[in-house]
Design a protein around this ligand. Structure first.
Ligand SMILES: [Mg+2]
Length: 293
């Protein structure tokens, strides 16, 4: 910082990965629901998760912030604390950005810069019929947190870490890219049904998902499993969804994160979900609509 532009070295033989994401007050977070450090953390996690989904290494991030005049300085400090703590975790530098006054709520725009060996980025378009479909971690916790918050319930961030402080799956993405295991990949930011749709769309394939195989998150103090619909359609879990050729041996745990096979890529263009009785239903994308109420 301090010059007109950041000068960022890209490792030799690598390509740059660049992604940008808004975090808008009352769209992606609420100040009444999310502690400032969680807002900062989630803002950066969105960008790093996109880098992870390409099998990339994060290098630097840029933050543009528009803040309402009456916003307490302590909120800004908390936001930056959350963002910088996560950045340090992945040895990413905050290399620049901009600030302005907002006439409305808090608006943060994060630009994440990463790199990947030339030609080795894992794309959404590489899935082939017969490939198996996998997902990391567990799904649905973030959507349940939003559901509870929107119903006026008080929840503690430490009971919902995957919502308030999601860890981007950088190491898993790197492993899958290095071992050439993943034929396609996406991060689960909009929800499994929507993000699987992105892979199928870009790869011009269909899929059959086994409802029974979906890893359901355990949430709350009582550690109960989330309802399947939250895992199928809820967004912001920031897990990785990927495909691998059937002949490839995908470990059941990568970098300490569980990996679960949930289905298979098919030739047709439609996406199906099969329940435990073998009944198939079309698996329509139903993105989680933020703060509908
Ligand atoms: Mg993404």
């Amino acid at each position: 910082m301090g010059d007109d532009c950041a000068v960022v070295p890209i490792p030799r033989g690598h390509q740059a990965l660049i992604t940008t994401d808004f975090s808008l007050e009352d769209v992606h977070f609420r100040r009444g629901w999310h502690p400032a450090d969680s807002v900062g953390h989630r803002c950066l996690a969105r960008g790093l998760s996109d880098i992870a989904a390409m099998g990339g290494e994060p290098l630097a991030v840029f933050l543009s912030l528009a803040l309402p005049r009456k916003l307490p300085q302590s909120w800004v400090d908390g936001f930056l604390h959350g963002l910088l703590k996560l950045a340090r975790n992945f040895r990413v530098i905050l290399a620049g950005g901009d600030t302005a006054q907002s006439a409305g709520g808090v608006m943060a725009d994060i630009v994440a810069l990463g790199s990947v060996p030339k030609g080795k980025a894992v794309l959404r378009s590489g899935a082939r019929p017969g490939d198996r479909v996998y997902v990391t971690g567990e799904l649905g916790a973030s959507a349940v947190a939003i559901d509870l918050l929107s119903r006026g319930e008080e929840i503690r961030p430490r009971d919902f870490p995957r919502h308030f402080h999601p860890m981007p799956r950088i190491e898993v993405g790197r492993f899958l890219r290095e071992k050439k295991l993943a034929s396609s990949m996406v991060d689960v930011s909009d929800g499994l049904s929507t993000d699987l749709g992105h892979i199928c769309e870009e790869s011009r394939v269909g899929a059959v998902i086994e409802g029974d195989a979906i890893p359901l998150a355990m949430v709350g103090k009582s550690e109960r499993k989330v309802d399947l619909r939250f895992a199928l359609h809820g967004g912001e879990d920031y897990e990785l969804l990927f495909t691998a050729a059937a002949a490839r041996n995908v470990p059941s745990r990568i970098a300490g994160v569980k990996v679960r096979e949930i289905g298979v890529i098919t030739r047709g263009r439609r996406v199906w979900i099969r329940n435990k009785d073998g009944v198939k239903q079309e698996f329509q994308p139903q993105g989680w609509e933020h703060f509908k109420k």
